[in-house]
Ligand binder design. Structure first.
Ligand SMILES: Cc1cc2nc3c(=O)[nH]c(=O)nc-3n(C[C@H](O)[C@H](O)[C@H](O)COP(=O)(O)OP(=O)(O)OC[C@H]3O[C@@H](n4cnc5c(N)ncnc54)[C@H](O)[C@@H]3O)c2cc1C
Length: 477
């Protein structure tokens, strides 16, 4: 059994293949995981910065979905779980910061009263919200619609692009006008289908996490790990090796070949080796899977049509007395296209107060801030070197925070093509690809299939692991 790709999805698949929570048994197959990167983890990685270990990519995960928490517990790492220590956020509207009201449903207001305190919204936006409560716009919805189509129609352009998009589009660096409500925010589609007030329907659906409703609604909202979320893949890999799983890093899979007349139905090539396999778990980004498997079926080739967004994050350590942050909140959201005194619109889409969120990062003399740049349609940062990008972000932070000069240290981390976009029709691409892959003895997983984010990716990997085990009982030749 071979797993291609050692991000959190591939590692979770290998965990399941090697016995999951129960551990290996007599029937556990030989498992080999092949990862292109120098280390396992994909978008989960840590580094040393400003005297602490920080995450370079994802820095927390939803606690209200079970997948990540369950896996951490199965690894025996419960003592590493750290609850988020801040809540709320601000949004930059009309040149000033406004606190986001509580009770939003993933960015969607649930009553017009909530918006009273948001000074940066126009009277028009407030009227649009009141209209939704008292005379909601009728909207015909078919099988799916974009998030933008729904929010713009029901709540107006300003609330859609200035208020909802910064939060919702930010999750996967996409645009609400492209993202499928069915795939990304099914509760929104359901609320719009009810035909009345969108805000009332969202309010009735209760607290919401992105993706399918496998959530519980008690306890903390987000967790990190004391050694960083990037320590999770390292810990899984350590357990997998103890279970006898072979993990090869720094090796790209270059081809997968069907060998119907051989002893094994598949051969997996790297530049130097060929591994035979009964079945394969593909945990690579969708375009890589399309390139490696597309010749077997047009539905697998169509995975190459799943777009992905690139983003970068600039992390700063700055003396505590050199910056003045809002009294509370986890950070700041910046609507796309926000005008400022510098060149073009602002590039920063969000600022995270890292050490306010996670107590293990706190120190007396400095604070850790992270600026996020880049969207599917904003690649200006890719044309800048690190120093130029840092200088640009400092200029923007000077505006957003009032003053921000002379950070002690700065670090740029770029994430090319790391965030798949779920457009309308995505579900069909995924279900067709899985239907084509299964008879070949191939299970597909990763954040292009079952949702973006750590819990969804873990769930996706474990599902693929179970599917691959079932495939062992059939013949695929
Ligand atoms: C900047 C950023 C911030 C994020 N923040 C959060 C957050 O705070 N919370 C959250 O829940 N989620 C967050 N996410 C999303 C989350 O990190 C991802 O959804 C998840 O890590 C995806 O895991 P994956 O295994 O599916 O994909 P990946 O991590 O992309 O792993 C795919 C792996 O396949 C390997 N590979 C590719 N080609 C080959 C080949 N030919 N042969 C062998 N291996 C190959 C790659 O090297 C990679 O390791 C963030 C993502 C990014 C990019």
């Amino acid at each position: 059994m071979v797993v291609v790709g050692g991000g959190i999805s591939g590692l979770s698949a290998a965990w399941e293949l090697s016995g999951g929570a129960d551990g290996p048994s007599a029937s556990t197959p030989r498992v080999e995981l092949i990862e292109d990167g120098a280390v396992v983890g994909g978008s989960l990685a840590t580094t040393h910065f400003a005297g602490r270990t920080i995450d370079l990519g994802a820095d927390g995960f939803l606690a209200r979905r079970p997948e990540a928490v369950d896996l951490v517990r199965e690894l025996g790492c419960d003592d590493q779980l750290e609850s988020i220590d801040a809540s709320g956020a601000s949004i930059w509207l009309r040149g000033a910061l406004d606190e986001l009201p509580t009770g939003l449903a993933l960015g969607i207001p649930t009553s017009s009263g909530q918006l009273k305190s948001v000074r940066g919204l126009s009277w028009r936006a407030r009227l649009d919200a009141q209209r939704d409560e008292h005379a909601p716009v009728r909207m015909k919805i078919g099988d799916d619609a974009t998030i933008g189509e729904i929010v713009r129609t029901k709540l107006g352009r300003e609330l859609c692009y200035q208020f909802v998009e910064p939060m919702l589009g930010g999750i996967q660096a996409g645009r609400v006008d492209d993202l499928s409500a069915k795939s990304v925010f099914p509760a929104l589609l359901e609320a719009a289908r009810q035909g009345g007030s969108l805000m009332r329907a969202m309010r009735a659906s209760g607290p919401i996490a992105p993706g399918p409703s496998t959530t519980t609604n008690t306890g903390p909202t987000f967790y990190s790990l004391l050694a960083g979320v990037g320590s999770l893949p390292i810990e899984i890999a350590r357990h997998l090796r103890e279970r006898g799983v072979v993990i090869r890093t720094g090796v790209a899979v270059t081809a997968l070949r069907r060998t119907p007349s051989g002893n094994y139905p598949w051969e997996i090539d790297t530049h130097a080796t060929t591994t035979p396999a009964d079945s394969v778990v593909m945990a690579t980004p969708a375009p890589v899977t399309a390139r490696l498997l597309g010749a077997n079926d047009p539905a697998l080739a169509r995975l190459g049509n799943v777009p992905s967004a690139s983003a970068a994050m600039v992390t700063f350590s700055v003396a505590r007395d050199a910056v003045q942050l809002s009294a509370s909140g986890t950070g700041i959201l910046v609507p796309l296209g926000t005008a400022w005194s510098g060149d073009g619109s602002m590039m920063v889409t969000a600022v995270t107060f890292l050490d306010r969120k996670w107590p293990h990062l706190r120190r007396d003399d400095d604070v850790l801030l992270r600026a996020h740049v880049g969207r599917i349609d904003d690649l200006r940062w890719t044309e800048m070197g690190d120093e130029q990008l840092i200088a640009r972000v400092i200029d923007e932070l000077n505006v957003l925070l009032g003053t921000f000069t002379s950070p002690n240290d700065a670090l740029v981390q770029r994430w090319p093509n790391a965030l798949p976009q779920y457009y309308v029709g995505h579900e069909t691409i995924v279900s067709d690809a899985r239907a084509a892959a299964a008879p070949l003895g191939v299970a597909l997983c990763g954040n292009a299939y079952d949702g973006v984010g750590i819990p969804a990716s873990i769930g996706s990997g474990r599902r693929a692991g179970r599917e691959a085990l079932e495939m062992l009982h059939f013949s695929y030749r």
